[in-house]
Design a protein around this ligand. Sequence first.
Ligand code: FMN
Length: 351
Amino acid sequence: MSESNQAHRKDEHLSLSVNIWRQNKRLQVGANFDDIRWLPDTFPEMSVSDVDLGVMLLNHHFDWPFYIEAMTGGSHLTSRINGQLAQAAQKTNLAMAVGSQSIALKESDAVASFKIARQNNPDGFLIANLGADHSIKNVRDAIDMIDANAIEMHVNVAQELVMAEGDREFYWLDNLSTIIAKSPVPVIIKEVGFGMSNQAFKTIKQLAPAAINVGGANGTNFAVIERRRNRQPDTFNIDQYGLSTVESLLSAQFSNNQIPLIATGGIQSANDIITSLMLGASLTSSAGFMLATLMDKGETALIQQIEDWQRALPRLFTLLGAKNGQSLQHAERLYSPALQNFINQRQSATH
Ligand SMILES: Cc1cc2nc3c(=O)[nH]c(=O)nc-3n(C[C@H](O)[C@H](O)[C@H](O)COP(=O)(O)O)c2cc1C
């Protein structure tokens, strides 16, 4: 059966992003996780079994401070992948988000490629996903489709603008306010890899969603992916645009953000999770790296990788003398000169 243009786009996103991760050709935009060094805690005075990794958020107790982030659905290929990701989530007790369900609201053939995530993980925490311009009716339909426990509304100006067929009008705030007021499940406002600056957190404060996913740069880069898809490499180049995950988390602090944060963008180790929690994230998530592992090495390898992270985290907490995520925020650290420069410029910025 032939598939629609939108379904084809899903497959292209998938293969291009996996290629970029596989070739390790990701561009670095701003400070990265290794711009933060952890100071040794010589006397932690605790044992590994004291560590509590649990997180209360979105009306739920998460056993692990990371989950599988939104990627896919909408085509035959992505249906298989959603099924495998959901199985891996089920076996490791991780939460999972599906990719944008917009296609399934237009094309009924695409619905099964999202439902499979719920079928393969009947009791798991599953997060729906739609763009910020979708109506409350669509939000309800997307939630019902997979019996979702929360929904991410993605804000992706840069991705749309770099996409040849992307949106060119961005009036989202009133709509998001309605959705946050009326959604039957908690709403997360989510960037897709370009990060958020001080002003964004001030604006989102008025909306008061259940959580903000800062979606920072240095992981999957949709500017690069969309330019490759457009096959017009140099007409609109914003490859170096955005703030990294580290910089976005710090920007939230500079804005006195009080809304719980989720860190996504470039997370590819338990160490990256720790650094994100140190910088104020309550939860973290990983997309491209998990996908590349699944595509290159298979589902068993993905499960092993997740279990490796799950084994490493309590030891890393202990290394830093932290019994939970909250105390990790006080762990001492050193910032590289580049990151310190960012802090100097941005910590008192009004915009
Ligand atoms: C193949 C692919 C498809 C994606 N599709 C979506 C999507 O439909 N909706 C969304 O909110 N984010 C989407 N994302 C973005 C991720 O959720 C995440 O924000 C971004 O990739 C940064 O995380 P990473 O560096 O761990 O990949 C997609 C990412 C990938 C790799």
